[in-house]
Design a protein around this ligand. Structure first.
Ligand code: G3P
Length: 217
């Protein structure tokens, strides 16, 4: 399973670069706004920190402007994936940009029929939002399950990029289902490392070793 970092904070992304735990980055207009920086600058900096795809999202809602924004974002760096919303205009932009050889990530997906349309429009990635569905009492993980099943049934090349991930159990469930990618805030990646028994075991080993008076080096 690939891990993408869901953030536009360059310092946070830098802290994960080289750990082997970051295979790409996803941003969105809210994360760019939170960074307080110009989208062209922050995307260029992030693209230099990973070889993996970096999703940069258009903000227009009409097809023509989406295409112009998409081509502008695409040309920032060779590893940019253009993010478009799952609307009719977004699907048309996905088709056009994909036909030009651009990797497109279709975002704001909340249903399996939506995900089916994105695959037919040639998307490289589909981003079903788990946490936001859970927030309204729906089952976000069931959406991932349905999309993975449908994509396998028809051998679609689109990768399922599980998004709006809130905690390690979301990552575990997506991995068991076979989602291709999980994008998550840095805090969730760090939480994946943690286990109380690992900490307790390490404390015990350290205490026992200290009693020997030895040192390896
Ligand atoms: O970047 C897309 C998505 O992962 C954002 O999800 O719900 O944490 O804002 P959320």
């Amino acid at each position: 399973m690939k891990f993408f970092v869901d953030s536009a904070d360059v310092a946070e992304i830098k802290s994960l670069a080289g750990t082997g735990l970051m295979d790409g980055v996803t941003t969105n207009p809210s994360l760019i706004a939170k960074s307080g920086r110009k989208i062209s600058e922050v995307i260029a900096e992030i693209c230099a920190l990973t070889e993996g795809p970096v999703s940069a999202e258009v903000t227009a809602t009409d097809l023509d402007t989406m295409l112009r924004e998409g081509r502008y974002l695409r040309d920032i760096a060779k590893n940019v994936a253009v993010k478009v919303p799952l609307t009719e205009a977004g699907l048309r932009a996905c088709k056009a940009l994909s036909d030009e050889g651009t990797k497109v990530n279709v975002t704001l997906c909340f249903s399996a029929p939506q995900a089916l349309l994105a695959a037919k429009a040639g998307a490289a990635f589909i981003s079903p939002f788990i946490g936001r569905l859970d927030d309204i009492g729906e089952d976000g993980i069931q959406l991932i399950r349905d999309v993975v099943t449908i994509y396998r049934n028809y051998n679609f090349g689109t990768e399922v990029l599980a998004a709006s991930i809130r905690h390690p159990v979301h990552v575990l469930q997506c991995a068991k289902i076979g989602a291709h990618v999980a994008t998550m805030p840095p805090a969730v990646i760090k939480a994946l490392v943690k286990h109380p028994l690992t900490d307790r075991g390490l404390d015990q080993f350290t205490a026992d070793w200290a009693k020997t008076g030895q040192s390896i080096l």
